[in-house]
Design a protein around this ligand. Structure first.
Ligand SMILES: Cc1ncc(COP(=O)(O)O)c(C=O)c1O
Length: 383
């Protein structure tokens, strides 16, 4: 693979990194390597240890995050692998409104005694992080959080974790490296659900970890790679190839989807059926100032709205659109939304009427027209 430096723009790296060296008859794209085993005596040896399609994906993601990437079977496989580095009886600090699957893992690990404590904090409250992280082994930050869209003060949170001697991991799924690069702010590891924006087409489940170019990052990379081999939570080569193909258009997709989201958030604020809009791009959002400082000129493609009329009205909204697809997950080219508390496992402090919206790359006026028709049709809500 050619060497790329941080002198290239991120949008160039999405296109140019992770390709075979150019030459006559060399395919421009790395092939899907379907191999459970390789001829003995080389670097690869076995399909659970290495795969050239992983390496191409890892080269691109590593270049974008300014670190070294490892592909995993899913975002949660990546989370589980990094949490597994915590010693038996160790302590983890995490956002109380982190992705529910992450919280589910931490809950199981404390119940079983594998962890002595998982301290859950308001990740926007840096003082709370400072207090909680004393004696902890790992600080897991998610910013913006899923689905409450709280914004951590990333530099302060990362410093607090390091001051306490903890490994600091940042889930960068919502922002993507196009908008936020936590390793440049001092984090040790970045985690991704590549299922979301990185792959970007709602056809792949995959995850990744990216370690910093530091002595600690290199040590973590070796440990995480070893865990991946031993536990076997590896990505399929075809999924990885699809995710790599998705990465090629990440810059364009994130730019367009974020612009659509910013416009829709502005319009939603003015709609009488909407009680509250959570979007860091709105000037009066609690996370706006921080996001403006630590994100690159856009605020991502996820909005959360609270719908007047409670869970019933929110459910009705998600069932009456034509373009917006009622579905879980996020980060695809198509706009999707769901009421988060329809999941019994969602955190009870997430309001019953909160609808998480993942804005796609369609025409913004078409998206708005579809939405406003459904909002105006809610019973008793006519303007
Ligand atoms: C922020 C965040 N982290 C991690 C995950 C888990 O990723 P996956 O579903 O790929 O296992 C998700 C999934 O929704 C997520 O939103």
């Amino acid at each position: 693979m050619p060497e790329f430096t941080d002198k290239l723009a991120l949008s160039t790296l999405t296109v140019s990194a992770g390709r075979p060296a150019q030459g006559p008859d060399v395919p421009l794209n790395p092939p899907v390597v379907l191999a459970s085993t390789y001829g003995a005596g080389g670097d690869l040896e076995y399909g659970r240890y290495a795969n050239p399609t992983w390496e191409a994906f890892e080269d691109v993601l590593g270049a974008l995050e300014n670190g070294r990437a490892l592909a995993f079977a899913s975002g949660l496989a990546a989370v589980a692998t990094v949490v597994d580095l915590v010693p038996v009886g160790g302590v983890v600090v995490a956002p109380r409104h982190a992705y529910l699957g992450t919280l589910g893992q931490l809950s199981d690990l404390t119940t079983s005694g594998r962890l002595s404590d998982a301290r859950l904090v308001d990740i926007a409250d840096t003082d709370a992080i400072r207090t909680a992280v004393a004696g902890a082994h790992l600080l897991l930050v998610e910013s913006p959080t899923n689905p409450a869209l709280e914004v951590a003060d990333l530099p302060a949170a990362i410093a607090a974790g390091h001051d306490a001697g903890a490994v600091v991991v940042v889930d960068n799924t919502f922002a993507t490296p196009m908008l936020q690069r936590p390793l440049d702010t001092g984090a040790d590891v970045v985690v991704h659900s590549a299922t979301k924006f990185l792959a970007g087409h709602s056809d792949v489940v995959m995850g990744a970890l990216v370690t910093a170019h530091t002595a600690r990052g290199d040590a973590l990379h070796a440990e995480l790679d070893a865990r991946r081999r031993k536990v076997g939570a590896i990505a399929g080569p075809f999924e990885t190839w699809l995710a790599l193909r998705g990465l090629r258009t990440l810059a364009l997709r994130v730019e367009r989807a974020s612009a659509n989201a910013a416009e829709l958030a502005r319009r939603l604020v003015a709609h009488p059926v909407i009680e509250r809009v959570r979007y860091p791009g709105l000037p009066d959002d609690p996370g706006h100032q921080r996001a403006t400082v630590q994100m690159d000129g856009a605020y991502g493609a996820i909005i959360a709205v609270e719908v007047r009329g409670g869970a019933e009205a929110a459910d009705r909204l998600t069932r009456t659109t034509r373009l917006w697809v009622h579905a879980t997950s996020l980060g695809g080219v198509e706009s999707t939304f769901e009421r988060r508390r329809r999941w019994a496992t969602e955190i009870p402090t997430i309001p019953e009427n909160l609808v998480r919206m993942s804005v796609g790359i369609e025409d913004v006026d078409d998206l708005w027209a579809d939405l406003v028709t459904a909002l105006d049709a809610l019973p008793g809500q006519r303007r």
